[in-house]
Design a protein around this ligand. Structure first.
Ligand code: ZN
Ligand code: ZN
Ligand code: ZN
Length: 756
């Protein structure tokens, strides 16, 4: 019937360019007999379709499924007059088409490419750089927009005729796949020792060297990894020694889920994350006993594991490894190494061999790390595979740059209702990391076409990110309190507005009174906050040194609770530290020399760990807290707690400390003491929330801060608060640690801007 032949125009936005969207639409049109055209536009993809009403309807619903890498954030349907197209075609990009569309993150090699790579008759058999529009590098190889080959690190590789044919064919899986390549025309791989190239098949040779216990520096998507056979204890220890004996767990990579299940428990959520196209490192519970070297993840009952995400990983791991250690190749907390020259120079003392290739990495990004807890994925680090996918805000905000915090730094650029968080930058404590921070800001401003009108930073005067913000000329500056930013970050990703109870628990953040906060109950909205409750202040003898030396916090809490009677306590800690040193610390406390006050919950975890004899020093922040969580055994018991009422509740530490000391003196199991401590915090803060609810009528609780990486605290508080009828909001899109703070900074600054 004539009247049923209609025309529509679809405007689609989101990640719809560089992900095979047009060929997908082309094939969909062919299947449904729809006529018309599809084109990239400045805001996404525009499709004109003509056909029967039924076909049009089914086309419109099918298009929403998109190709695997697309992320559709909006689609509007408009009536058009029938023009009488006689076929469906892919129209040329409209002017300036790629400027404001979203860039796809790097995506793991797809099933189709793996099948081709394994097929001896395929021209890309065993080719480590096979990719298509559904997979491969994206963000890591882009230098500028538009996303065309000359603007990527593929610019030096001229496609052969066969590759070009695929690239030009709308029906082909490689239509406009910018990194398209084959062994004839694309990047290649080489193995070097410390002097020269190793002859023969590079991957075969690398595999056999790994089997012999050698350390290999391996170039990946976002940077170099250092790889060793994870079952070879000697090799793992050697790697630790050469990387300066740090104790942080190493990440693992296994060929298949079946391999992973031999040494770790993959829950259904864990399995889904492992297999996702982003391929993060997933934190899983260890299966005991297992064949993985003890040194991979010492004093820890979890392992960080990922599945291969590049063709090269597959080719290497198929040589019968249960798992390889795949740890970021960097030196003492500096950024991950990305160029071959840098690798040869800087990793010479660590790696025995170098498996390198000639496709440059433009945008460095570490592996993302996720721990599935309480039915959701919890980011510990949001980087490769996720960046630069934006977080969508509940409303449009001004163009801003939010500089983040000092440790685990990420920054964020905003445009419209989108907040683009950067890849993991790291701890801004060394010059190379700070350079990475500033150069990434410039790079992302260019790639996202954002010139910020406002720059936001933490209130801490000595954060390098704050100093950077301060030094920028001709731009409005906004300072945001650390824990307010934490809570609003959680609100933002949950698209919440209005007042909320915020639990902000972390290591340290600069408070409005100059003290170091970190055990805070706020009443907050996007505009401002009231500090409703906090842990009582305790002196931090030696300042930042106390972070690396938890025993100092232990003495601080003990002195506060027992005064000089602490010398009479029967604690292992006090026997390990000589009396002279103890006296010096106590003097530091009483004289208030280099001893800031802190209400940090992270520091309390440290102090408890030292009091129960778990450890006196740490090699990275949060290590003591992690080990306290690890040793927990089930018990419902808890310690006494108390807070002083008033305008602001002051949570007293003495009842908890003396409870713990009493148990230690009695010889109680540290696993039970630790669990009792966890239980105490859960009950205590649930009760405080109830009290705040009675006072204010607020029934929503947002939880943020590094302490919520602790699964017992996170799960425990979600459960306890939910049982009391609270609506509990947590992080699922950005890290709960300082890696997520820039999001909250931006949203608060937007509010301040409007309020002016
Ligand atoms: Zn593919
Ligand atoms: Zn080719
Ligand atoms: Zn924090």
């Amino acid at each position: 019937m004539e009247g049923d032949y209609i025309a529509r125009r679809l405007e689609i936005s989101g990640i719809v360019q560089g992900v095979g969207f047009r060929p997908f639409v082309y094939r969909l049109a062919a299947e449904t007999g729809i006529k018309g055209e599809v084109a990239n536009t400045s805001s996404g993809v525009s499709v004109i379709i003509e056909g029967g009403r039924c076909e049009i309807d089914s086309f419109c619903s099918s298009i929403l499924h998109g190709p695997p890498l697309a992320q559709i954030t909006g689609m509007s349907i408009h009536n058009e007059t029938v023009k009488g197209y006689d076929s469906f075609c892919i129209a040329g990009s409209r002017k300036n088409s790629d400027r404001s569309t979203l860039i796809s993150p790097d995506i793991s090699v797809c099933g189709d490419c793996i099948r081709e790579m394994s097929n001896p008759d395929d021209r890309r058999h065993n080719y480590p750089f096979i990719n298509c529009t559904n997979c491969g590098p994206r963000y890591s190889i882009i230098a500028d927009l538009p996303y065309d080959r000359p603007n990527t690190s593929m610019k030096g590789f001229r496609m052969c005729n066969e590759c070009q044919k695929e690239f030009d064919d709308p029906a082909n899986r490689r239509f406009h796949a910018q990194p398209n390549a084959c062994p004839r025309c694309g990047p290649g791989i080489k193995l070097y020792d410390n002097n020269s190239e190793v002859p023969g098949d590079a991957i075969e040779a690398a595999a056999s060297l790994l089997k012999k216990g050698h350390i290999i520096a391996l170039k990946g998507i976002g940077g170099f990894h250092l790889a060793v056979d994870a079952e070879n204890s000697r090799a793992v220890m050697l790697l630790r020694q050469r990387k300066h004996r740090e104790e942080r767990p190493f990440a693992l990579m296994s060929y298949s889920l079946k391999d992973i299940q031999r040494f770790a428990f993959a829950t259904p959520e864990g399995e889904a994350l492992l297999k996702s196209a982003q391929r993060p490192v997933v934190i899983l519970e260890k299966r005991n006993p297992n064949s993985i070297a003890q040194g991979v993840s010492p004093s820890n009952n979890t392992l960080g594991v990922m599945l291969p995400y590049t063709p090269l990983h597959y080719l290497l791991l198929r040589h019968g490894f249960t798992a390889l250690v795949m740890t970021s190749a960097n030196i003492s907390n500096e950024p991950i190494v990305i160029s071959n020259e840098e690798a040869f120079k800087r990793l010479a003392g660590i790696a025995d061999y170098f498996l390198v290739h000639d496709r440059d990495i433009y945008n460095r990004s570490d592996d993302s790390v996720i721990r599935p807890v309480a039915g959701a994925a919890r980011f510990i680090r949001r980087s490769r595979g996720y960046v630069p996918t934006p977080v969508f805000l509940r409303q449009d905000v001004p163009r801003m740059l939010a500089c983040g915090a000092e440790l685990k730094n990420t920054f964020c650029l905003t445009k419209g209702n989108k907040a683009f968080l950067s890849q993991h930058i790291g701890d801004l404590e060394n010059a190379p990391t700070y350079d990475f921070f500033t150069s990434s800001i410039e790079q992302m401003k260019k790639l996202l076409d954002i010139t910020p009108d406002i720059i936001v930073c933490d209130q801490h005067p000595n954060y390098l990110s704050s100093t950077y913000a301060q030094s920028q000329q001709g731009i409005r500056k906004v300072h945001v309190q650390h824990h307010h930013a934490h809570i609003v970050s959680c609100m933002a990703e949950n698209t919440l507005e209005g007042k909320i109870i915020g639990l902000a628990f972390d290591g340290l953040g600069y408070g409005t009174d100059g003290a170091m906060w970190g055990g805070e109950v706020l009443i907050a909205d996007e505009r401002s906050f009231i500090r409703k409750a906090h842990l009582a202040y305790a002196p931090m003898p030696g300042g930042a040194v106390a972070i690396r030396e938890p025993w100092r916090m232990a003495i601080s809490y003990l002195y506060r609770t027992f005064g000089r009677d602490l010398f009479g306590l029967d604690l292992p800690l006090l026997k390990e530290i000589d009396e002279k040193r103890l006296n010096i610390i106590i003097q530091t406390i009483t004289n208030k020399v280099n001893t800031p006050n802190t209400s940090s919950l992270g520091r309390l975890f440290d102090g408890i760990a030292a009091i129960i004899g778990l450890r006196n020093t740490v090699s990275y922040e949060g290590q003591a807290a992690m080990e306290l969580e690890t040793i927990c055994k089930d018990t419902r018991e808890s310690y006494d707690y108390k807070w002083s009422n008033g305008e602001t509740f002051n949570v007293l530490l003495e009842p908890i400390i003396s409870g713990v000391v009493q148990d230690v003196t009695k010889g109680a199991d540290p696993s039970i003491i630790s669990r009792k401590f966890h239980n105490t915090l859960i009950t205590l803060f649930t009760e405080i929330c109830e009290e705040v609810r009675t006072e204010t009528g607020l029934n929503r609780v947002a939880m943020s801060g590094g302490v919520f990486q602790n699964a017992i605290i996170l799960k425990g508080l979600i459960q306890a608060l939910s049982e009391k009828g609270f609506h509990v909001f947590t992080h699922r899109l950005v890290p709960t640690n300082d890696g997520g703070i820039c999001l909250g900074q931006a949203v608060i600054a937007a509010q301040m801007h409007w309020d002016r």
